[in-house]
Design a protein around this ligand. Structure first.
Ligand SMILES: Cc1ncc(COP(=O)(O)O)c(C=O)c1O
Length: 385
């Protein structure tokens, strides 16, 4: 059989954008479109087996996150979970508290939602990060008081991979009685996570970042928290999110959680970090002025964010036809200041515009790394001559 290289199939290293659906996930989902299409709320035996499958999936996701099934509500993905956490996190206080704290490196699903809440009286304060992209706890301390309704800090950053000290954020926020949300869309399935030790009240899961389909996710809601529902209607999901469940995708997310559990237990992150570090070292050796972002901070094992000074990320990538990776910015407009995360880290616009985000997946091989390294080195050297 010919290899992917022989067939000239580009190497996909953009797993932070989305993952393919795992074959095992496709296999468990398939019956739920036709053979087991029943509404899980119906009471005949066939429907009850579908209900059992939904609950088994919830339990599998709960195991991955170190919680109980009752704490998880299935949603339509990361953006929906983030919107729910912030909007209901403010509504929860019924005007008693109005301050929302977010980090300077949040995904737009959090950052734009927080800004939108200003229209209904929220006071939004953005907490700066250091040069590694890690939230400044001293700056957080300075604005925490009994007016804070919600603190939302992402677990791991989508552009740089920086992992935030969520347990420390939660301890501080809880000391003033605030709710704590973490957007773990990029962390779940990539690093071990345990909601008990993170001590958060709300946590976002996005299925398509961990080999489940797009359009499915979950929100962890700390048991005992009387959190306002997202959707009212038929009372599904314990009344928290009405609407007939997306049963194929729910079942798929359950299998994805099981696969993630196995991969994490089998040293997947360690092997992935070795591959990533190998690529990083090769690039640094061949391109001494290449800049790696967030290298000194805690980082996801799969993420490598780099820039070659003088070259917009999109331009360098367009010279690498064998590589599929992410870039912070598609244009090189003088007013374009580059990737928001990098700007928040104090990176100068010229370098920030150069962001290339390489993100590995579980199926990434050493051969993929070789192809990527060669492509990037060749492109940077040819552009520089
Ligand atoms: C950190 C983070 N939060 C939220 C989202 C949005 O998730 P979804 O695409 O499932 O709506 C993403 C996806 O890019 C993400 O990376």
């Amino acid at each position: 059989m010919k290899s992917r290289q022989d067939l000239n199939v580009p190497v996909y290293l953009d797993y932070n954008a989305t993952t393919p659906v795992a074959p095992e996930v496709v296999a468990v989902m398939t019956p739920y479109w036709r053979d087991r299409f029943y509404n899980p709320s119906a009471t005949y035996p066939e429907a009850m087996t579908v209900r059992m499958a939904v609950e088994a999936a919830r339990s599998d996701l709960a195991t991955l996150l170190g919680t109980t099934s009752g704490a998880l509500v299935f949603t339509g993905g990361g953006t929906e979970s983030d919107n729910w956490a912030l909007r209901a996190g403010l509504a929860y206080w019924q005007g008693e508290r109005r301050r929302i704290l977010i980090s300077a490196v949040e995904h737009p699903a959090v950052a734009k939602t927080a800004q939108a809440l200003r229209a209904v009286g929220a006071e939004v304060v953005t907490i700066p990060v250091n040069e590694q992209g890690v939230i400044r706890l001293d700056a957080l301390d300075a604005v925490l008081n009994n007016q804070v309704a919600l603190v939302s800090v992402m677990c791991a950053n989508n552009e740089i991979g920086t992992i935030q000290p969520i347990a420390q954020v939660a301890r501080r926020a809880h000391a003033v009685g605030a709710l704590v949300h973490t957007d773990a869309a990029q962390a779940v399935g990539k690093i071990p996570l345990d909601v008990q030790s993170l001590d958060v009240d709300l946590l976002t899961v996005a299925g398509h970042k961990l080999y489940a389909p797009k359009g499915i996710g979950a929100l962890f809601i700390r048991p005992g928290l009387d959190f306002p529902p997202l959707l009212t209607g038929g009372g599904q999901e314990s009344g928290a999110r009405s609407g007939t469940e997306n049963t194929p995708s729910v079942v798929g997310l359950g299998m994805a959680a099981r696969l993630a559990q196995t991969w994490l237990a089998q040293e997947g992150p360690t092997r992935q970090a070795q591959l990533r570090d190998g690529l990083e070292n090769r690039l640094l050796a061949a391109l001494p002025d290449c800049h790696i972002f967030g290298r000194e901070g805690p980082r996801l094992p799969n993420t490598l964010a780099l820039a070659v000074p003088g070259w917009p990320g999109a331009k360098l990538l367009s010279a690498c036809p064998t590589l599929r990776a992410g870039t912070g910015s598609a244009c090189h407009h003088p007013e374009d200041a580059g990737a928001p995360t990098l700007r928040a880290m104090g990176v100068i616009p010229d370098l920030a515009r150069g962001l290339i985000r390489i993100s590995l997946g579980r199926e990434t091989t050493q051969a993929d790394i070789e192809t990527a390294a060669e492509a990037l080195i060749r492109a940077a050297q040819s552009l520089n001559t």
